[in-house]
Write a protein that binds this ligand. Structure first.
Ligand SMILES: NC(=O)c1ccc[n+]([C@@H]2O[C@H](COP(=O)([O-])OP(=O)(O)OC[C@H]3O[C@@H](n4cnc5c(N)ncnc54)[C@H](O)[C@@H]3O)[C@@H](O)[C@H]2O)c1
Length: 450
């Protein structure tokens, strides 16, 4: 058997009791493989290792595995660094590229591979299908397989279960257990939220659901658990994100309305929601990222009637173009255009204080500016080595595209001293104080403020 190199460190496979494999013993008796140790899989794997489970973090990317096995966290995830060091030191966690070897000795297998959109803007299940093909033949009787990746409605019943049954020769509900348990953490807060957030457990049958629930109880015995069927769990996950995304779109549309009426959407929304419980309205700002941007498409994949998820997507997706347009309008007033102009873009990540720029609205802004010929210098404390002063020095325009905390402390006087005279600032997040900008005679355009 082709085993992961460090397998001996964590002991031999368990002797199985076919039906209650994961729930039967102490965490130390359970072996788990987490397939795909990216932003979701790695913190999950480390959290289970921290709970005592012996975990193989499996990834097809050898370089990524080597980095992790050297004790280095490959991305920002608060609290995960010490868990990685501890997991490696105790041998409760090891990363590996060997999915077959890891799965063949595992009681629980968790799938956390990527499920992006393909170029036809449909759910791309190729990583999931490949992972199922790799693990299926190695599954042992009694194994629990949990899908954690975000999937479109019906994928557990139509893809996961038939593929695993065919490749393993096992039968779900008899000697194979399957659940869809969606991940709902926010990047950067995974370690904390894996303990705190309620779990939605979509068991293929009641025993699968119970076994999966038992696993998540290991992360926190008090964890709130909702047991349901896989399709309901798939729909619940997608609706969680789509609800937020549509609300962000509404806030962004409201920003345009406020601009039209030459009023400040931030001021109005803060005022209207203060003390008024029935209006948890978000503030405007570019919305995107690898989850929110795509999950709506998953949800409406089979819809035959009009929907407003796409309208929301169009609204959110148009915010970068609107920001660039505002900048162009302001420059036109000064008889300038973007061609050859130095523009400092502050922030490239898709949200504040994270190092992930997948499907980031800020990147969209950068690409559009470049298309118009601007010389763009990006500052992002999490993604680029460019110093803030270097980005700002002699810039004729500044676009604050991501609301990283560091920008809230930015001294506007210093900013003014660095940028070119007459510099125009476009602030997508209402980070800068308009009154201070006025005092310093800085031309500031805030998204949502007309
Ligand atoms: N990032 C988030 O905040 C978040 C939150 C909730 C849900 N999700 C969902 O979780 C899933 C994973 O997202 P992510 O952000 O962690 O993606 P990611 O790209 O960071 O990680 C996926 C990992 O899987 C690995 N992989 C792909 N195919 C593999 C295979 N066959 N065998 C082994 N490894 C394989 C990749 O190399 C990669 O490291 C997606 O479905 C995503 O929609 C993400």
């Amino acid at each position: 058997m082709n085993r992961p190199a460090a397998m001996e460190k964590v002991g031999e496979p368990l002797t199985r009791d076919t039906s209650r494999i994961a729930a039967r013993g102490a965490p130390e008796d359970i072996t788990m493989s987490v397939i795909g140790i990216g932003r979701v899989g790695l913190p999950l794997a480390l959290s289970f290792a921290d709970a005592g489970v012996r975990v193989f973090g499996v990834d097809r990317n050898q370089e990524h595995v080597d980095v992790i096995n050297s004790g280095v966290l490959p991305f920002i995830e608060h609290g995960a660094g010490p868990l990685l060091k501890d997991g490696l030191a105790t041998g409760r966690f090891v990363a590996s590229t060997d999915s077959a070897g890891s799965v063949s000795v595992s009681d629980v297998v968790v799938l956390t591979v990527g499920t992006p959109l393909n170029t036809d803007i449909r759910s791309d299940t190729s990583q999931l299908v490949a992972a199922l093909a790799e693990i299926g033949p190695s599954l042992q009787p009694g194994t629990l397989v949990i899908t954690r990746s975000t999937i479109s409605p019906g994928t557990t019943d139509r893809v996961v279960i038939p593929t695993l049954e065919r490749l393993s020769g096992l039968k779900v509900g008899e000697d194979l257990f399957v659940a869809f348990c969606p991940e709902r953490i926010a990047e950067g807060k995974a370690v904390e939220e894996l303990r705190e957030l309620p779990e939605i457990i979509g068991g293929a049958d009641s025993e699968s659901g119970e076994l999966a629930a038992g696993m998540f109880r290991l992360l926190n015995p008090e964890k709130q658990l909702h047991l349901t069927d896989p399709l309901s769990a798939e729909l619940a996950k997608l609706y969680t994100n789509v609800y937020r995304y549509v609300n962000f779109a509404l806030a962004n549309e409201y920003a345009l309305i406020a601009e039209h009426y030459e009023r400040d959407a931030h001021h109005i929304i803060r005022m209207l929601r203060d003390g008024y419980q029935r209006a948890p309205i978000p503030l405007p700002g570019p919305a995107g990222g690898p989850c929110l941007s795509k999950d709506g498409y998953f949800l409406i994949e089979e819809l035959t009637f009009p929907d407003f998820v796409l309208t929301a997507w169009k609204m959110n997706d148009s915010v970068p173009a609107h920001l660039v347009q505002r900048l162009r309008d302001a420059l036109r007033q000064k008889e300038k255009d973007l061609d050859g102009l130095k523009v400092a873009v502050l922030g490239q990540a898709f949200k504040a204080d994270i190092d992930d720029d997948r499907l980031s609205p800020a990147r969209h802004v950068i690409e559009m500016l470049q298309k118009y010929g601007a010389v763009v210098v990006v500052h992002d404390p999490y993604l680029s080595d460019v110093e803030l002063d270097t980005a700002l020095r002699d810039a004729e325009a500044v676009v604050l595209a991501t609301n990283h905390s560091v920008y809230y402390g930015l001294d506007m006087k210093r900013l003014k001293d660095l940028v070119a005279p007459g510099c125009v600032i476009v602030d997508a997040w209402s980070v800068f104080d308009p009154a201070q900008a006025e005092t310093l005679d800085i031309e500031l355009h805030t998204f949502g403020r007309g």
